[in-house]
Design a protein around this ligand. Structure first.
Ligand code: SF4
Length: 363
């Protein structure tokens, strides 16, 4: 079995580690590039959301490299994610590719379906070995998230532009090279030291911006046009609603045990939204309220142009903004998004937040 999967942020580092522990042969798709996007767009329905198109491009490039099994996460309505797997498989089959498609369903769709997906990839390993493999992948992703969070904290304060990004890249390469949980632990300590050694200006005023939006756009810098890195260079420290390791912990380690720590988002979202709308729509609204209460200077809401849950969320943020006195910038992007206009909008928003923060300090 030559297994592949879609790219999404640092997912590949955790998945490679996990599949390695299960002795599965991994065919990593090439990093997302213009070619990936072109292939995906060419073979996707025009109105499919951008993550669908990018992932289809990943699969085409991985199949070209010899993959014979595609692994995806399942989902359920009301958004289109639940149909992703089936639609992508049909497109690829019509293009003449021969492969297996393994969907690891979310536990919300039934523990049996989740277990069937996991079993298809277990490669004869025991349940304990599978859990250990998932946990090892999770440890690597947690180390990646540690490095990413530190980069978001250090970048707006760094004395030499690019130092935090360099430390981040070096950290990811180190985590990817680790061959045991012990090495990952040691790497995490070195990552803290690496970022602590970056020269910073502690007196520089730094804004705090919360990033909310669709999961793929939160996690994949290629499609979000490196929004957090850009904001960091503009003088804003960012924190986002979702980090990959947290998702893995919640959905692959805790949910099968019946533990769901998401309910507190629902409570904070309740004045605006009382039902699930698919994706992370309700969670984002709840988290926006929490960021406002925590004193963040502003929120950037980012999503694919045709994303159904986030279109609903977008219509609610003006009210959240008014009720909690926090500016919100909504950015909907597709494959035609231009970097220059994107940068200009971020600059204008950060400028507004900066002037607002000065006014508030004076009053
Ligand atoms: S959350 Fe949005 S972008 Fe993601 S699958 Fe659903 S509709 Fe598409």
């Amino acid at each position: 079995m030559k297994v592949t999967y879609p790219h999404m942020g640092n997912l590949t580092i955790g998945v490679k580690a996990m599949f390695g522990r299960l002795d599965l042969e991994v065919v990593e798709p090439p990093p997302i590039s213009k070619r990936t996007l072109t292939l995906g767009v060419q073979h996707s329905p025009e109105f499919a959301c951008l993550p669908f198109k990018v992932n289809l491009g990943n699969f085409l490039e991985a199949l070209e490299r010899g993959a014979d099994t595609i692994v995806v996460a399942g989902g359920k309505g009301p958004c289109r994610f639940g149909y992703y797997g089936q639609s992508q498989a049909e497109i690829l089959k019509e293009l003449g590719y021969d492969f297996h498609y393994v969907t690891v369903e979310s536990v919300d769709n039934g523990k049996d379906k989740f277990a069937a997906g996991v079993k298809a990839l277990a490669n004869g390993k025991s349940a304990w070995e599978v859990v250990a493999a998932i946990h090892y992948g999770y440890r690597k992703l947690a180390a990646c998230d540690l490095a990413e969070r530190l980069s978001h904290r250090v970048r707006p304060r760094e004395r030499h532009r690019g130092a935090a990004s360099a430390a981040y890249r070096e950290s990811l390469e180190q985590i990817d090279r680790c061959r045991s949980a012990g090495e990952v632990k040691r790497a995490s300590r070195e990552i803290r030291r690496r970022f602590a050694a970056v020269p910073v200006d502690r007196e520089r005023p730094v804004l705090k911006v919360g990033i909310i939006g669709e999961i793929y756009f939160l996690l994949e810098p290629y499609v979000n046009l490196h929004v957090e890195e850009r904001l960091g260079y503009l003088g804003a420290e960012t924190e986002r609603t979702l980090y990959l390791s947290e998702w893995v912990k919640r959905h692959l380690l805790l949910a099968p045990l019946g533990v769901n720590p998401e309910h507190h988002y629902a409570r904070d979202a309740a004045p605006y939204l009382t039902t699930e709308i698919g994706g992370h729509g309700r969670e984002n609204v709840g988290k926006a309220v929490q960021y406002a209460r925590a004193g963040f200077d502003g929120l950037v809401h980012i999503c694919p142009l045709t994303c159904m849950p986030e279109i609903v969320g977008k219509s609610l943020y003006p009210q959240v903004s008014q009720d909690h006195g926090i500016p919100v910038l909504s950015l909907s992007l597709d494959e035609h998004a231009g970097e220059a206009g994107f940068e200009t909008r971020l600059e204008a928003f950060v400028d507004l937040l900066g002037r607002r923060a000065v006014r508030e300090r004076r009053s």
